[in-house]
Design a protein around this ligand. Structure first.
Ligand code: ZN
Length: 240
């Protein structure tokens, strides 16, 4: 089974469209979304519709749950909070229900999907360090986990100790355990503005990390035209 893994779309329709084209060209069998379809960008309804049309396997992110009132927004920075409130006004009941019904963590085909850290998914902790990854490995029931939230593509591997690997194409060794962050589709923060996604083949146990060019100028213009904070448009080009 060939999976296309996406996360942190953040209502960036241009980035999502470009990534889905790549996943289609790669003939993936199933799309998996590790949360944050919405928040920050100008096209929440369209992005939800695209993900629903794909019948993607989804878990919720903190922005998703914030928009439907299922997680508090007091710890959000002012720009994120403004985007959450703006997004709330955009959604109809159907979209609201779709977002609210997503769970925090799922297991399928030998892997786990979760937006933040698997030991306490509702607390939205980041997995940046090997220390944080080691704690996450302890909480996992599968050898492989895909997470998101940091918007930084990275692979953690546990084989006795816990190490960080650059997000490269690699085989998954059955003796080791992995936490793979596929990076962000709609708001990368690793200095590369291109949309990020990942392919995983559960038959050959191989990972492929991808970066995809998209119309970042159009996405930026839409954010400004929607009246969202300009900083949310600026950061797209900087990949931060
Ligand atoms: Zn996010």
């Amino acid at each position: 089974m060939k999976y296309g893994l996406i996360a942190d779309i953040h209502a960036n329709l241009e980035a999502l469209t470009a990534v889905l084209k790549v996943l289609e060209d790669e003939a993936v069998d199933r799309v998996v979304c590790a949360g944050d379809i919405i928040g920050y960008g100008a096209d929440p309804r369209e992005c939800i519709a695209r993900v629903r049309d794909l019948d993607a396997i989804c878990v919720a992110g903190n922005h998703d749950y914030a928009v439907v009132g299922q997680t508090p927004i007091d710890y959000f920075n002012p720009f994120a909070r403004e985007a959450v409130l703006w997004t709330q006004d955009q959604l109809g009941k159907e979209e609201h229900d779709f977002i609210g019904e997503m769970s925090l963590m799922r297991q399928l085909d030998g892997f786990t999907i979760v937006h933040a850290s698997p030991e306490a998914p509702a607390e939205w902790n980041y997995v940046y360090s090997t220390h944080e990854a080691a704690r996450s490995f302890d909480a996992l029931e599968t050898r492989l986990c895909f997470n998101a939230h940091s918007h930084i593509a990275v692979v953690f591997v546990a084989n006795g100790s816990c190490r960080t690997l650059a997000p490269a194409d690699m085989p998954i060794s059955p003796q080791y355990r992995y936490i793979v962050n596929m990076g962000s589709v709609g708001q990368p923060r690793d200095g590369d503005y291109r949309a990020s996604c990942c392919l995983y083949d559960s038959g050959t146990f191989s990972l492929q990390m991808k970066r995809v060019e998209y119309d970042v100028d159009l996405a930026r213009r839409k954010i400004i035209e929607a009246g969202l904070p300009h900083v949310l448009a600026l950061r797209l080009l900087r990949g931060e």
